[in-house]
Design a protein around this ligand. Structure first.
Ligand code: FAD
Length: 689
């Protein structure tokens, strides 16, 4: 274990110019980043300062699994897992706080975060959200105190993204009032389930509900796996997934069911029920809508992955940027070795990623507020639920991909030291790898967002007369008719692009950034909608055209998510009153916006959104912003609020600075002593004179 008590000194190299001497209020920015549930985050961070919660990198798979299980018990002992559960059962019904607290566990050990998520966020949530009072009273106390460790059994070998097509069946037998749970073929085996290989004694199993010869679609059932004696019940098949690419503290595995009989009342029946005589009933008539309503109640997994991935990126940058402000390589013009962070390329590698991380953390807090509003019932309309699901499908992909990209860049930015396990980056990178796949594969999720954008776009035209549609068809009014992407209104910001200021920087400030990002979404969606239009009601042609445009639709969804992040960052900057702090955060927000524009520069040029002169200026402006932000790089990562017990990377502990200082002192003393050997090249230079 590292010496966590070595606290890094935070010193800022103050240059002469005023921009380098602003009073950046680290504590204020920490509050801003911690967001709405700052108290819960601080509480969770305090708890995981205890080394009992830390990942022990030396452990093998089996020991790691047992350690993580024992950590879950520690969480229970510390009352850290009850926040989302009903007050009547000892919970707090605090949905936002619950997620915020769980997210923080990622810096202790991602396996701990995810195994907790399986137990309380998936298995427990399925009972809570899909079950009714009887189920809550019967099973939730055991879920909460971990006397019932459980698996969430949705995915099968044969179907992961397309969950509606799972093969497991739950066939009702009216003669015994039981459901028969069965795995009819190998591909219907439940796969990758946390808690399934070893620890789970029960599972919430998703299966096709069949009664009186009718398949009513996928429903969720509570299925005991083990008896009181700890032995698997007859008919339960259990396999271990073994070693994985990361998260090896979790016992993922497979489950199969050979005609397992469970009582009728084990159907989690909030959205669909079967009476004793086998009659099916549901308040939601459409099977499709019913299924998506059920899935929607389980959105919290995506919410927490978005937050955890964003904070993991923050930790990676805290490590890499701290190291980069201490590590020196190559002499500079003054004969002194240069600190890595002073290199333009190093700034370019780390600071835009820092800006994105800020944007994601701010966007996540808005997302969490939305989640809390829906799940507390304060703002729980079908539209709110749909917005929440779209937001989850938009933000989770970007933050989880960003985490992998950032951790890899941070690893490289730390050179060989970054590759040492003790410095955290490779372990985090490996553990977070699968975040892009579970809780919904990123591309599949973005496709959902794209479809929502198309639906919203189409709604702009409902009730419009033939003349309006004809105008749209020739592309005259598309931009003006499309006023929203479902979640934000940005149509009013459409201004004449011809009126941009002469100053290049002025022409790339807040309003123009917003315009460029928003118009890109609008234009892409309008273009795709136009290309899909010829299909009309022809399903075959529709599928063909959709497939031809799928990649671009996913790109449009990504652009939409980037816009949401930019808006959240901008809202956060507007909340800051202190002028100096606001200035630095505005540069950082500009850096976020401009890197997005730079990334899509070809699109902006092809579509005539930027002149070639302005396009050429974007990259130079980014370089200038990086240089301006350089003096605040350390402050900006310190604002994440991580303490040495969270960072636990020797390269970010101050040890590198001490080594560098020692070496410099050694050479200075040697030079002063007059005993330093003369350099050969100096001799040769002198001889030439
Ligand atoms: C470590 C781990 C833990 C997990 N824990 C659980 C758990 O506890 N419970 C549980 O139920 N599940 C769990 N899962 C399953 C996880 O949710 C699924 O792996 C995920 O949903 C993706 O499904 P899949 O693996 O079958 O991939 P697939 O659905 O086969 O997707 C493979 C690829 O195809 C692409 N693709 C799929 N459909 C389309 C399309 N329409 N258009 C374009 N591209 C497409 C995807 O983008 C993806 O890249 C876990 C998985 C892992 C690896």
């Amino acid at each position: 274990m590292v010496d966590a008590a070595v606290r890094p000194k935070t010193t800022r190299p103050h240059a002469d110019n005023a921009d380098a001497n602003l009073q950046f209020d680290v504590a204020r920015v920490t509050d801003l980043l911690m967001g709405t549930w700052a108290d819960t985050r601080r509480e969770a961070r305090e708890l995981i300062k205890d080394s009992a919660f830390w990942r022990d990198d030396e452990l093998g798979k089996d020991e790691h699994r047992e350690r993580v299980l024992s950590q879950l018990h520690l969480l229970v002992e510390n009352k850290a897992v009850h926040r989302a559960f009903p007050k009547s059962l000892g919970g707090e019904e605090n949905n936002g706080g619950n997620i915020a607290g769980f997210e923080e566990l990622v810096v202790a050990d991602p396996s701990l975060q995810i195994k907790s998520g399986v137990q309380w966020g998936l298995f427990g949530s399925a009972i809570l959200q899909l079950g009714t009072t009887e189920h809550h009273e019967k099973w939730l106390p055991g879920v909460m105190d971990l006397s019932i460790p459980g698996a969430f059994a949705m995915t099968e070998i044969g179907h992961g993204s397309d969950v509606a097509a799972v093969g497991t069946t739950a066939t009702y037998d009216a003669s015994t009032q039981e459901f028969v749970i069965n795995t009819p073929f190998r591909g219907a085996t439940k796969e990758y389930l946390g808690n399934a290989a070893l620890h789970g004694v029960a599972a919430t199993v998703f299966a096709q509900l069949i009664t009186n010869g009718v398949n009513h679609g996928v429903h969720c059932f509570y299925v005991p796996l083990r008896g009181e004696d700890g032995v698997d019940l007859p008919g339960i098949g259990r396999e271990d997934d073994g070693l994985k690419g990361g998260l090896n503290g979790i016992d993922n595995g497979r489950l199969s069911f050979d005609h397992i009989r469970i009582p009728r009342t084990n159907l989690l029946n909030k959205y669909g029920d079967v009476a004793a005589d086998g009659t099916y009933s549901s308040a939601i008539d459409s099977p499709g809508r019913r299924f998506f309503t059920m899935l929607g109640t389980l959105v919290q997994g995506r919410v927490s992955l978005d937050g955890a991935a964003s904070w993991a990126s923050a930790l990676g940058l805290k490590i890499a940027i701290t190291y980069a402000t201490q590590r020196r390589q190559f002499d500079g013009a003054d004969g002194q070795e240069v600190v890595l962070m002073d290199y333009g390329k190093h700034q370019r590698r780390l600071l835009p990623r820092l800006a994105t991380t800020y944007a994601q953390i701010f966007a996540h807090d808005e997302f969490l507020q939305k989640f809390d509003g829906v799940f507390s019932g304060r703002t729980d309309t079908p539209d709110d639920r749909e917005d929440l699901e779209t937001l989850a499908a938009a933000l989770k992909p970007l933050s989880t991909w960003h985490a992998l990209d950032t951790l890899q860049e941070a690893r490289e930015a730390c050179g060989g030291a970054g590759f040492m396990f003790e410095n955290r980056l490779v372990g985090l990178r490996a553990d977070l790898d699968i975040y892009v796949t579970f809780e919904g594969d990123n591309n599949v999720l973005l496709q959902l967002v794209g479809k929502r954008l198309l639906t919203d776009y189409a709604q702009q035209f409902t009730g419009k007369d033939a003349a309006a549609l004809a105008k749209f068809a020739v592309g005259m009014t598309a931009g003006k008719l499309f006023h929203g992407a479902g979640l934000r209104q940005f149509g009013q910001s459409v201004v004449d692009l011809g009126q941009v200021s002469r100053s290049v920087e002025n022409g790339l400030r807040e309003e123009q950034q917003h315009l460029l990002l928003a118009e890109r979404v609008q234009q892409m969606v309008a273009d795709i909608a136009g290309r899909l239009r010829p299909a009309g009601k022809d399903k075959v042609l529709g599928a063909k055209l959709f497939n031809e445009n799928q990649a671009e639709l996913i790109e449009a969804a990504r652009a939409h998510a980037e816009l949401l992040q930019w808006e959240a960052f901008t809202d956060a900057v507007h909340r800051v009153e202190e002028a100096d702090t606001k200035k630095v955060l505005t540069w950082l927000r500009d850096l976020f916006g401009l890197q997005l524009i730079e990334k899509h520069l070809a699109w902006h040029l092809i579509n005539g959104r930027l002149s070639t002169q302005r396009a050429a200026a974007v990259s130079r402006y980014i370089d200038r912003l990086c240089a301006r932000l350089r003096p605040y790089a350390l402050d900006l990562v310190d604002a994440f609020g991580y303490e040495p017990e969270h960072v636990r990377a020797p390269i970010a502990s101050g040890a590198e600075r001490e080594r560098q200082d020692e070496a410099r002192e050694y050479y200075a003393a040697l030079a002063a002593s007059g005993e330093a050997p003369v350099l050969e090249k100096t001799l040769k230079k002198n001889a030439k004179r």
